[in-house]
Design a protein around this ligand. Structure first.
Ligand code: S3P
Length: 427
């Protein structure tokens, strides 16, 4: 149980950690490419280390450098069969994407994960990959980890998505790039497109036309150097903090601004929030610096296709309802129920502990502005890194005797969260 001193406001410049999604993909995709490439400025967190360990288990070499890793591989055709179980730990991205990477290799794999990951659905990748001819045996009716991937030869497919998930899309594209012929995947809504951008940079023929993505297999991927930008999802906590802590002023540097990830910026505008983006740069993956100051915020309803472009920021945006002039409502976000925790339930649990009024829906939530605060609230992280960071911010904002039960899980995406936050605090 950790308690926190009240913080008045936050001032300064933050360089947020590197992007988790892009770091996973850099390690995985350079491992699938033949030759030697570099990942520069990757995120080294519990999750991305799980991906590196998995690729190491199939024979890929990682050599640490001053600012990242050299990745040396014989390519996906040269993967060796692992001699032990692959542990994806807490990482849904590792489990889902690796299923797509390994299923077409005609080898035998066993994937597992920690207690939280073993509760999260894997049929969402098993089903489409089975349609491609891959073979699996997974716990609980081919639904949960541990999962066995059996040797098989895959065939290309034309398929429509059944979930709005970048992980599922990526699994299909990663199998598609290894499978002779053209694989087509039709999304239900545009989800983060880091996989398409990176596979194309590595030499794969990937085409996007609205919701339709096609990929040509069996491509030879050529290695390259990849520079990982800052994680918008980590920067989001500071955007939120500037709106929670009065008289704050923050400059967030080197933040990834891919529009399929940064939907929260659009919602902030609808909330009447003014921020500045400076020094916009980059190629297919845009990045820039964001300047934000404390200001009043309006309540909004967040729904529709934008949900997929801010899926990891929804608990934070809902929490901002406490500080808005009217409730914040999230709708059409049932996916939140199958994240590292049930993020509708866990977000609302902490807000209710603080004494605020909420409404829970099957696919969303409503958070009313704070009137009276319970300054003895016992907040919980539920082992979920994003819920932990929000709880820590609320405890620092309100002070008193508010505690958070377990904060170690921030290591999953933002190992230096506490230290970074402390450099900005004015008490
Ligand atoms: C991710 C996709 C999202 C997101 C997760 C990372 C990715 O999951 O919530 O944190 O890197 O592709 P879904 O694809 O399940 O929405």
């Amino acid at each position: 149980m950790t308690s926190f001193e009240k913080v008045k406001n936050l001032k300064g410049t933050v360089r947020v950690p590197s992007d988790k999604s892009i770091s996973h993909r850099s390690f995985m995709f350079l491992a699938m490419a033949k030759g030697q490439g570099r990942v520069i400025d990757p995120l080294l967190s519990a999750d991305t280390k799980a991906t590196m360990a998995a690729m190491h288990a199939v024979g890929v070499e990682f050599t640490e450098t001053v600012n990242g890793f050299i990745v040396k591989s014989n390519g996906y055709k040269g993967f060796k069969e692992p001699t032990d179980v692959i542990d994806c730990m807490n990482s849904g991205t590792s489990a889902r994407l690796l299923t797509g990477v390994f299923a077409p290799t005609n080898k035998y794999f066993v994937l597992t994960g920690d207690e939280s990951l073993r509760k999260r659905p894997m049929d969402r990748v098993i089903d489409p990959l089975t349609a491609m001819g891959a073979k699996f045996v997974a716990r609980d009716g081919n639904h949960l980890l541990p999962m066995t991937i059996l040797p098989s030869v895959t065939k290309p497919v034309y398929m429509e998505a059944t979930t709005k998930s970048a992980q599922v899309k990526s699994a299909v594209l990663l199998a598609g790039v290894q499978t002779e012929g053209i694989t087509t995947y039709i999304e239900k809504a545009v989800t983060r497109n880091h996989t398409e951008i990176m596979l194309s940079a590595l030499g794969a023929k990937v085409q996007t036309d609205g919701l339709k993505i096609t990929i040509e297999g069996a491509a030879d991927l050529r290695s390259m150097d990849i520079v990982v930008p800052g994680d918008f999802s980590s920067a989001a906590f500071f955007l939120g903090a500037a709106l929670m802590f009065e008289n704050s002023e923050l400059m967030l540097e080197n933040v990834g601004l891919n529009p399929t990830r940064s939907g929260m910026l659009q919602v902030l505008k609808e909330m009447g929030v003014k921020y500045e983006i400076d020094n916009e740069r980059g190629g297919a993956e845009k990045l820039g610096d964001i300047f934000i100051q404390s200001q009043s915020i309006k309540g909004v309803t967040v729904e529709g296709d934008i949900i997929a472009n801010m899926i990891d920021e929804l608990p934070l945006v809902a929490t901002l309802g406490l500080f808005a002039d009217s409730p914040i409502i999230i709708k059409g976000a049932k996916e939140l129920r199958v994240k590292e925790s049930d993020r509708i339930e866990t977000t609302l649990y902490n807000i209710k502990q603080l004494g605020a009024q909420v409404e829970e829906y099957e696919d969303g939530m409503k958070v009313y502005p704070m009137t009276e605060i319970n300054d003895k609230a016992q907040l919980k992280s539920f082992g979920d890194h994003r819920i932990a960071m929000i709880a820590i911010m609320l405890a620092k904002r309100f002070g008193g005797d508010i505690t958070v039960d377990d904060v170690k899980c921030v290591d999953v995406s933002f190992p230096t969260f506490m230290e970074t936050f402390a450099t900005l605090e004015q008490k």
